[in-house]
Design a protein around this ligand. Structure first.
Ligand code: FBP
Length: 334
């Protein structure tokens, strides 16, 4: 009988040697706990309409988004789970203006978690795919620990996402490749189904909200026109695939290749305005894609080189197959 697939906790134990020794226990504890929270979130999403958990709570969050009931529930569920681990020194979440300090976490090796518990909120009430995105950073033993989240994406010790689709998938990296797991709803375990994901060098699809075309950088506009122009030799036209949830669009791109793009609004070229948040959306996805052999750019610089100076700072993102992202960067330089 075939061996049963490796569980997430077994895989984390194998990855320990790739993590700075001081942080290895914390990374294993936190990724493992986020996996267990994800199993709870998956169940809650399946029952949300039956439990009056759809719709808005009223009011907006620190980044001006209307807040859904499941955003609040997801935020509270993840916050209390991380606090219980005593391995999380602070949480930088989408739904709170300032980091949530967790002084009860013991010692210099507790970590800072940056997280978007429910990504793709606009899909919630239409039973569309949503996700959870997270990254772990060292607290360097500092109190308060939250400010340690500020810095470049290269300081991330680990990053991952969970996609709540027909199956629930967890994908993570600790800097030693990118690996995918599928939730066994009977046991609540995540089992290794996509070891060492390698993104194709070039794809056939692109994901972008074309409704914003009027506000794109000229290079971005020209690049999308290029992707749409028929040319057999270079595999064009590419097909448009866009789900409205970053996790779902990145997951497809990771497995099939191609691009996911959320460029900045260049209506005022002196002040380009991005949408997605750096610490708990763009930087984690940058690490995950790079560890799978892909690239992640803002159109101008490598995503992992962008230094966060604000907890809810936004950044443009063009990520995916290395040849496709390189082509996009080329159009921005013209
Ligand atoms: P939140 O739902 O967590 O605020 O995430 C932002 C997001 O929904 C991404 O998941 C997605 O890629 C993007 O915004 C969709 O934006 P738009 O509706 O402008 O296309």
């Amino acid at each position: 009988m075939a061996d049963s697939p490796m569980t997430l906790s077994e895989h984390l134990a194998r990855q320990r040697s790739s993590i700075p020794a001081a942080h290895a226990p914390g990374v294993a504890t936190l990724v493992g706990r986020i996996g267990r929270v994800a199993a709870v979130i998956a169940q809650e999403l399946a029952r949300a309409a039956l439990r009056d958990r759809l719709g808005y709570v009223g009011g907006t969050n620190v980044t001006g988004d209307q807040v859904k009931k499941l955003d609040v529930w997801g935020h509270q569920t993840l916050t209390s789970a991380l606090r219980e681990t005593r391995a999380c020194a602070a949480l930088v979440p989408e739904e709170a203006p300032e980091p949530i300090e967790m002084p009860e976490a013991g010692g210099a090796h507790a970590l800072v978690v940056c997280a978007d518990p429910v990504d793709g909120s606009s899909n919630l009430d239409v039973n569309g795919t949503v996700g959870t995105i997270f990254a772990l950073r060292p607290s360097n033993g500092k109190t308060p620990a939250g400010p340690q989240a500020l810095g470049s994406g290269q300081e991330q010790l680990a990053a991952g996402y969970v996609m709540y689709g027909p199956a629930t998938t967890l994908v993570y990296t600790v800097g030693q490749g990118t690996h995918g797991f599928t939730l066994d709803p009977d046991t609540g375990d995540f089992l290794l189904t996509h070891p060492d994901i390698r993104i194709p060098r070039k794809g056939k699809t692109y994901g972008i909200n074309e409704g914003n075309v009027h506000a794109w950088h000229p290079g971005q506009r020209a690049f999308v026109e290029y992707l749409k122009a028929p040319d057999k030799a270079s595999g064009r036209p590419y097909s448009l695939r866009y789900s409205g949830a970053m996790v779902a669009d990145v997951h497809r791109t990771l497995l099939d290749g191609g691009l996911f793009m959320y460029p900045a609004d260049w209506t005022d070229p002196a002040k380009p305005k991005a949408k997605l948040r750096l610490l708990y959306e763009v930087a984690p996805m940058g690490m995950i894609v790079e560890q799978a052999g892909g690239r992640a750019s803002t159109g101008q610089v490598r995503v992992l080189d962008v230094v966060a100076t604000d907890y809810h700072q936004r950044a443009a993102v063009i990520l995916g197959s290395p040849e496709d992202v390189a082509a996009a960067d080329e159009f921005y330089r013209r």
